[in-house]
Design a protein. Structure first.
Length: 285
Protein backbone atom coordinates (compact mmCIF):
# COMPACT_ATOMS: atom_id res chain seq x y z
CA UNK A 1 0.00 0.00 0.00
CA UNK A 2 1.40 3.38 -0.97
CA UNK A 3 2.22 5.73 1.87
CA UNK A 4 -0.15 8.71 1.59
CA UNK A 5 1.47 11.04 4.13
CA UNK A 6 5.16 11.47 4.91
CA UNK A 7 6.62 13.92 7.44
CA UNK A 8 10.40 13.43 7.59
CA UNK A 9 12.77 15.36 9.84
CA UNK A 10 15.63 15.65 7.33
CA UNK A 11 15.80 17.05 3.80
CA UNK A 12 17.52 14.09 2.16
CA UNK A 13 14.74 11.73 3.24
CA UNK A 14 12.17 14.16 1.87
CA UNK A 15 13.92 14.39 -1.50
CA UNK A 16 14.41 10.62 -1.77
CA UNK A 17 10.71 10.02 -1.04
CA UNK A 18 9.56 12.73 -3.42
CA UNK A 19 11.64 11.24 -6.24
CA UNK A 20 9.56 8.06 -5.95
CA UNK A 21 6.16 9.64 -5.29
CA UNK A 22 4.15 12.16 -7.28
CA UNK A 23 3.23 14.02 -4.10
CA UNK A 24 1.86 17.38 -3.07
CA UNK A 25 4.49 19.27 -1.06
CA UNK A 26 3.03 20.94 2.03
CA UNK A 27 4.57 23.47 4.42
CA UNK A 28 2.32 26.08 6.09
CA UNK A 29 -0.75 24.42 4.51
CA UNK A 30 -2.76 27.66 4.59
CA UNK A 31 -3.67 27.27 0.88
CA UNK A 32 -3.54 23.50 0.63
CA UNK A 33 -7.23 22.65 1.12
CA UNK A 34 -8.38 25.96 -0.31
CA UNK A 35 -6.84 24.95 -3.63
CA UNK A 36 -9.06 21.89 -4.04
CA UNK A 37 -12.81 21.55 -4.48
CA UNK A 38 -12.80 18.02 -3.06
CA UNK A 39 -13.50 17.07 0.54
CA UNK A 40 -10.09 15.45 0.81
CA UNK A 41 -6.72 15.75 -0.85
CA UNK A 42 -6.00 13.47 -3.76
CA UNK A 43 -2.71 11.64 -3.79
CA UNK A 44 0.19 11.52 -1.31
CA UNK A 45 1.40 14.51 0.71
CA UNK A 46 4.97 15.40 1.69
CA UNK A 47 4.93 17.51 4.86
CA UNK A 48 8.09 19.64 5.29
CA UNK A 49 7.24 21.17 8.68
CA UNK A 50 9.51 18.86 10.72
CA UNK A 51 12.68 19.66 8.73
CA UNK A 52 14.48 22.17 10.93
CA UNK A 53 17.12 23.02 8.31
CA UNK A 54 14.45 24.54 6.06
CA UNK A 55 13.43 27.19 8.59
CA UNK A 56 15.34 30.29 9.63
CA UNK A 57 17.08 33.44 8.42
CA UNK A 58 20.87 33.75 8.19
CA UNK A 59 23.55 35.99 6.69
CA UNK A 60 27.03 35.41 5.35
CA UNK A 61 29.44 37.31 3.10
CA UNK A 62 27.37 36.44 0.01
CA UNK A 63 24.06 37.69 1.35
CA UNK A 64 20.93 36.60 3.17
CA UNK A 65 19.28 33.18 3.22
CA UNK A 66 15.61 32.75 4.07
CA UNK A 67 14.71 29.10 4.62
CA UNK A 68 11.73 27.84 2.66
CA UNK A 69 9.55 27.10 5.70
CA UNK A 70 10.39 30.33 7.51
CA UNK A 71 7.08 31.88 8.54
CA UNK A 72 5.85 35.43 8.14
CA UNK A 73 5.97 35.86 11.91
CA UNK A 74 9.65 34.86 11.78
CA UNK A 75 10.23 37.69 9.27
CA UNK A 76 8.31 40.21 11.36
CA UNK A 77 10.34 39.35 14.46
CA UNK A 78 13.74 39.13 12.73
CA UNK A 79 16.43 41.79 13.09
CA UNK A 80 16.90 42.77 9.45
CA UNK A 81 18.43 45.80 7.69
CA UNK A 82 16.13 48.59 6.40
CA UNK A 83 16.30 47.14 2.88
CA UNK A 84 13.97 44.43 4.20
CA UNK A 85 11.42 46.82 5.72
CA UNK A 86 9.22 46.31 2.66
CA UNK A 87 9.21 42.55 3.29
CA UNK A 88 8.35 43.10 6.95
CA UNK A 89 5.48 45.40 6.02
CA UNK A 90 4.22 42.86 3.49
CA UNK A 91 4.47 40.10 6.12
CA UNK A 92 1.93 41.98 8.24
CA UNK A 93 -0.48 41.95 5.28
CA UNK A 94 -0.43 38.17 4.81
CA UNK A 95 -3.81 37.16 6.19
CA UNK A 96 -4.46 37.05 9.92
CA UNK A 97 -1.92 36.56 12.72
CA UNK A 98 -2.76 32.86 12.67
CA UNK A 99 -1.89 32.71 8.95
CA UNK A 100 1.32 34.65 9.58
CA UNK A 101 2.25 32.09 12.24
CA UNK A 102 1.78 29.18 9.84
CA UNK A 103 2.20 30.45 6.29
CA UNK A 104 5.67 30.07 4.80
CA UNK A 105 7.81 32.16 2.48
CA UNK A 106 8.22 29.43 -0.13
CA UNK A 107 4.55 28.52 0.05
CA UNK A 108 3.60 32.08 -0.89
CA UNK A 109 5.86 31.87 -3.95
CA UNK A 110 4.91 28.34 -5.01
CA UNK A 111 1.24 29.31 -4.84
CA UNK A 112 2.16 31.82 -7.58
CA UNK A 113 -0.82 34.10 -7.14
CA UNK A 114 -0.59 37.42 -9.05
CA UNK A 115 -1.67 38.98 -5.74
CA UNK A 116 0.99 37.27 -3.59
CA UNK A 117 1.99 39.94 -1.08
CA UNK A 118 5.69 39.11 -0.96
CA UNK A 119 6.61 38.96 -4.64
CA UNK A 120 7.08 42.72 -5.29
CA UNK A 121 9.35 42.91 -2.24
CA UNK A 122 11.48 39.94 -3.32
CA UNK A 123 11.83 41.48 -6.78
CA UNK A 124 13.29 44.70 -5.37
CA UNK A 125 15.71 42.51 -3.38
CA UNK A 126 16.89 40.64 -6.52
CA UNK A 127 15.85 37.36 -4.94
CA UNK A 128 16.86 33.97 -6.27
CA UNK A 129 15.07 30.71 -5.55
CA UNK A 130 17.12 27.70 -4.47
CA UNK A 131 15.71 24.32 -5.51
CA UNK A 132 16.94 20.86 -4.62
CA UNK A 133 16.17 17.42 -6.02
CA UNK A 134 17.87 14.05 -6.25
CA UNK A 135 19.68 15.49 -9.29
CA UNK A 136 21.30 18.33 -7.35
CA UNK A 137 20.76 22.01 -6.56
CA UNK A 138 19.89 24.84 -8.92
CA UNK A 139 19.04 28.52 -8.57
CA UNK A 140 16.59 30.64 -10.51
CA UNK A 141 15.86 34.37 -10.44
CA UNK A 142 12.40 34.89 -8.99
CA UNK A 143 10.97 36.07 -12.31
CA UNK A 144 12.20 32.85 -13.94
CA UNK A 145 10.65 30.81 -11.14
CA UNK A 146 7.14 32.28 -11.29
CA UNK A 147 6.09 31.83 -14.90
CA UNK A 148 2.42 32.85 -14.73
CA UNK A 149 -0.71 32.77 -12.56
CA UNK A 150 -0.45 29.62 -10.42
CA UNK A 151 2.48 28.44 -12.53
CA UNK A 152 6.13 27.93 -11.55
CA UNK A 153 9.28 26.40 -12.98
CA UNK A 154 9.34 23.68 -10.31
CA UNK A 155 10.30 20.37 -11.87
CA UNK A 156 9.18 16.95 -10.79
CA UNK A 157 10.95 15.90 -7.61
CA UNK A 158 12.13 19.41 -6.70
CA UNK A 159 11.69 21.21 -3.39
CA UNK A 160 12.22 24.92 -2.82
CA UNK A 161 14.81 25.07 -0.05
CA UNK A 162 15.51 28.81 0.30
CA UNK A 163 15.07 32.34 -0.99
CA UNK A 164 18.45 34.05 -1.45
CA UNK A 165 19.13 37.80 -1.42
CA UNK A 166 22.59 39.00 -2.51
CA UNK A 167 24.48 41.29 -0.16
CA UNK A 168 24.36 44.10 -2.75
CA UNK A 169 20.54 44.10 -2.62
CA UNK A 170 20.38 44.13 1.18
CA UNK A 171 21.32 47.81 1.21
CA UNK A 172 19.29 51.00 1.22
CA UNK A 173 15.84 51.86 2.51
CA UNK A 174 12.55 50.31 1.49
CA UNK A 175 8.80 50.48 1.86
CA UNK A 176 5.62 48.68 0.81
CA UNK A 177 2.03 49.78 0.26
CA UNK A 178 -1.04 47.69 -0.46
CA UNK A 179 -4.48 48.81 -1.59
CA UNK A 180 -7.52 46.67 -0.88
CA UNK A 181 -11.24 47.03 -0.34
CA UNK A 182 -10.64 47.14 3.43
CA UNK A 183 -7.69 47.51 5.78
CA UNK A 184 -7.07 43.91 6.86
CA UNK A 185 -7.56 40.34 5.61
CA UNK A 186 -7.93 41.33 1.99
CA UNK A 187 -6.57 40.35 -1.42
CA UNK A 188 -4.91 43.37 -2.97
CA UNK A 189 -6.21 45.58 -5.74
CA UNK A 190 -2.65 46.78 -6.26
CA UNK A 191 0.57 46.76 -4.23
CA UNK A 192 3.98 48.35 -4.53
CA UNK A 193 7.44 47.75 -3.09
CA UNK A 194 10.28 50.28 -3.36
CA UNK A 195 13.95 50.02 -2.39
CA UNK A 196 16.29 53.02 -2.76
CA UNK A 197 19.97 53.63 -2.18
CA UNK A 198 20.52 57.29 -1.38
CA UNK A 199 23.91 59.02 -1.20
CA UNK A 200 24.07 62.71 -0.26
CA UNK A 201 20.33 63.03 -1.04
CA UNK A 202 20.86 61.59 -4.54
CA UNK A 203 19.33 58.26 -5.57
CA UNK A 204 22.17 55.96 -6.62
CA UNK A 205 19.99 52.89 -7.14
CA UNK A 206 16.22 52.41 -7.39
CA UNK A 207 14.13 49.23 -7.41
CA UNK A 208 10.36 49.55 -7.87
CA UNK A 209 7.94 46.66 -8.26
CA UNK A 210 4.16 46.47 -8.69
CA UNK A 211 1.94 43.47 -7.93
CA UNK A 212 -1.68 42.53 -8.74
CA UNK A 213 -1.49 44.48 -12.02
CA UNK A 214 0.10 41.82 -14.24
CA UNK A 215 0.10 38.06 -14.44
CA UNK A 216 3.38 38.25 -12.49
CA UNK A 217 4.63 41.18 -10.39
CA UNK A 218 6.64 43.64 -12.50
CA UNK A 219 9.70 45.87 -12.05
CA UNK A 220 9.28 49.44 -13.36
CA UNK A 221 12.67 49.80 -15.02
CA UNK A 222 11.98 53.14 -16.72
CA UNK A 223 10.87 54.78 -13.48
CA UNK A 224 13.91 53.32 -11.73
CA UNK A 225 16.24 54.81 -14.35
CA UNK A 226 14.46 58.15 -14.10
CA UNK A 227 15.07 58.38 -10.35
CA UNK A 228 18.73 57.36 -10.38
CA UNK A 229 21.04 60.34 -10.12
CA UNK A 230 18.26 62.67 -9.01
CA UNK A 231 17.65 64.24 -5.63
CA UNK A 232 15.18 62.33 -3.49
CA UNK A 233 12.46 64.93 -3.05
CA UNK A 234 8.74 65.48 -3.48
CA UNK A 235 9.49 67.50 -6.60
CA UNK A 236 11.32 64.55 -8.15
CA UNK A 237 8.41 62.23 -7.38
CA UNK A 238 5.99 64.61 -9.07
CA UNK A 239 8.21 64.74 -12.15
CA UNK A 240 8.05 60.98 -12.83
CA UNK A 241 6.05 60.64 -16.07
CA UNK A 242 2.79 58.75 -15.53
CA UNK A 243 3.60 56.41 -18.40
CA UNK A 244 6.74 55.18 -16.64
CA UNK A 245 4.52 54.00 -13.78
CA UNK A 246 1.68 52.45 -15.74
CA UNK A 247 2.57 51.61 -19.37
CA UNK A 248 3.97 48.16 -18.54
CA UNK A 249 0.96 47.24 -16.40
CA UNK A 250 -1.73 44.99 -17.83
CA UNK A 251 -4.30 44.68 -15.04
CA UNK A 252 -7.56 42.78 -15.36
CA UNK A 253 -11.16 43.51 -14.44
CA UNK A 254 -12.40 41.36 -11.56
CA UNK A 255 -14.64 41.52 -8.49
CA UNK A 256 -12.12 43.63 -6.59
CA UNK A 257 -11.50 46.33 -9.20
CA UNK A 258 -11.59 47.21 -12.86
CA UNK A 259 -8.39 47.48 -14.87
CA UNK A 260 -8.50 51.25 -15.30
CA UNK A 261 -8.70 51.87 -11.56
CA UNK A 262 -5.91 49.39 -10.86
CA UNK A 263 -3.60 51.17 -13.28
CA UNK A 264 -4.22 54.62 -11.78
CA UNK A 265 -4.02 53.28 -8.23
CA UNK A 266 -0.70 51.56 -8.88
CA UNK A 267 0.88 54.78 -10.12
CA UNK A 268 -0.36 56.67 -7.07
CA UNK A 269 0.90 53.93 -4.75
CA UNK A 270 4.38 54.21 -6.25
CA UNK A 271 4.48 57.95 -5.61
CA UNK A 272 3.18 57.54 -2.06
CA UNK A 273 5.58 54.68 -1.34
CA UNK A 274 8.59 56.75 -2.39
CA UNK A 275 7.16 59.72 -0.48
CA UNK A 276 6.94 57.66 2.70
CA UNK A 277 10.68 57.06 2.47
CA UNK A 278 11.34 60.78 2.23
CA UNK A 279 9.13 61.41 5.24
CA UNK A 280 10.62 58.54 7.24
CA UNK A 281 7.18 56.98 7.66
CA UNK A 282 8.01 53.52 6.33
CA UNK A 283 9.60 51.97 9.41
CA UNK A 284 8.71 48.30 9.93
CA UNK A 285 9.03 47.45 13.61
Amino acid sequence: MQLQYFRPDDLDSAIDWLSENNACVAAGCTDLLAATTDQKLSGPVLDLTAIGDLRGISEDERGWRFGATTTWTDVIEADLPPAFDSLKLAAREVGSIQIQNSGTLAGNLCNASPAADSVPCWLTLKAEIELKSSGGVRRLPLLSFITGPRETALQSGEIVTAILVPQSAAEGISSYLKLGARKYLVISIAMVAVRLLVDSELVSEAAISVGSCNAVATRLSEAEAFLEGKRLSKETIEQIPDGMLTDVLQPIDDLRSDAAYRRVAAGELVRRCIGSLIAGEAVAV
